[in-house]
Design a protein around this ligand. Sequence first.
Ligand code: AMP
Length: 288
Amino acid sequence: MELVETIVGARDRTRDLLRRGSVGFVPTMGALHAGHMSLVAASRKNCRATAVSIFVNPLQFGPSEDLQRYPRTIDADLGLLRDAGVDFVFAPSVDEMERAANGTFVEPGPVARRWEGERRPGHFRGVATVVLKLLQIIPATDAYFGQKDFQQWRVVQTMVEDLQVPVQLHMGPTVRESDGLAMSSRNRYLSPSDRSKALGLSRALANARQASQRGVCATEQLEQILRETLAEHRVDAIDYAVVVDRSDLEPLIQVDRPAVMLLAARVGTTRLLDNGLLPQHAEVGHEH
Ligand code: AMP
């Protein structure tokens, strides 16, 4: 496995690999866990070669966010990626990535407006800009993203569609700890008491999903279940707990089309996200 730190090097390496067939690309911010590694495994399975980037992107952090304290575990990350059979890792410095910075950005569309977009102004602009830039540097045939960050997935999907980026996108399911907590690089900030509060997110999704399967299709009722479960687990603050259209992420009255439950809550000083897909409700779907 090669460690590449320059843009020119990453582009050359990708071109070499493309001569032999498909190249899968997994962009990350490092501090790798089984969630990231599941995307690497999916790429390894589908593509001839696999590239992974590790770059903590300053553009997607707000001024009061955790850019400085974001976990950095490059040696452990490289060990995991080597064992997984990755062909090369692109780990540029901030200087290398921001050498040219003349003020050009990718402004995502309406799908970025609500939820994370509202709480973190500029976040998705930073994500979309760096993802497009990474795809220019590593012009892979395929790229892999996690469902864990569902709104980010939709932002990337719509950007690729709108800007005709020639890459096939794939979404990997959220990988969880055995008790249900969605894996996240930020979970290492959780104290033992935070950790049990954090379980509220996956439990809330499970309770609302069960209610939906029992026939509840009013989003107001499902959202109440989400909020109640989070409150029972004593999360410190709920940013949002909503059931929305899976495509445009706009609020829904009823689950009369494919939907997604989106959660963001604060536990201690850590902000946690989780989400769960809800199929279109059968009865509602058949109503006229
Ligand atoms: P990050 O390093 O947090 O920027 O994440 C890099 C990629 O890994 C993104 O596409 C995330 O959605 C994905 N990812 C993060 N956590 C998980 C998880 N628990 N399961 C699946 N994918 C994940």
